[in-house]
Write a protein that binds this ligand. Structure first.
Ligand code: HEC
Length: 154
């Protein structure tokens, strides 16, 4: 009888320890799930940080360069440019032909309030996901297209 009790106890211990191992394993298996969701949260956080830096305005150096560009181009040259066509070809892909499409996080140009100087700085140097147009468009074209986007405002 006593021996049977001991065997029974041993079995119970073995079964319990196997059960515990099983639980531990299942806990280990489930562990990566919260870690994964935590890393997704971290990614979200990173995106927010990127957005925060993108919302900063142009630097003083960029604004100074924009002022220089605006001063250097003649009104005649700017008005001789088909800015609407330039806009459709270079900007429409993200902003849409009416300025409010907001693809790739592009800002809605119909509610934009920034100055011509700030727009020129942004088009010339780019910002966040917006590509720089320095070397792509001539200075007069950058001024023309930046002037044109103001006509899209409500
Ligand atoms: C690749 C997509 C893309 C293209 C092409 C593009 N933009 Fe943008 N644009 C953006 C994004 C993204 C923003 C917002 C940038 C930020 O603040 O992070 C933006 C913002 C702007 C702003 C600032 C609006 C505000 O109120 O702050 C202006 C002005 C602007 N774009 C004009 C233009 C013009 C003009 C062109 C064409 C010469 C152009 N964009 C081409 C993506 C684009």
């Amino acid at each position: 009888m006593k021996a049977q009790h001991i065997v029974g106890l041993l079995f119970t211990i073995i079964i319990l320890s196997v059960g515990c191992n099983g639980e531990n394993k299942s806990r280990k298996n489930s562990a990566p799930v919260p870690v994964k969701s935590a890393s997704t949260e971290k990614n979200d956080g990173k995106n927010e940080i990127v957005d925060a830096t993108q919302s900063d305005g142009a630097t003083p150096e960029q604004l100074a360069k924009a002022k220089e560009i605006i001063a250097s181009v003649s009104k005649e040259e700017v008005s001789s440019i088909n800015a609407k066509k330039l806009y459709k070809m270079n900007c429409g892909i993200c902003h849409g032909f009416k300025g409010n499409m907001m693809i790739n996080g592009a800002k809605d140009l119909t509610i934009s309030k920034i100055s011509l100087q700030e727009s020129v700085a942004q088009v010339y140097f780019g910002k966040g996901l917006m590509t720089p147009f320095k070397g792509v468009l001539k200075d007069a074209e950058i001024v023309a297209v930046s002037t044109y986007v103001e006509t899209l405002r409500k």
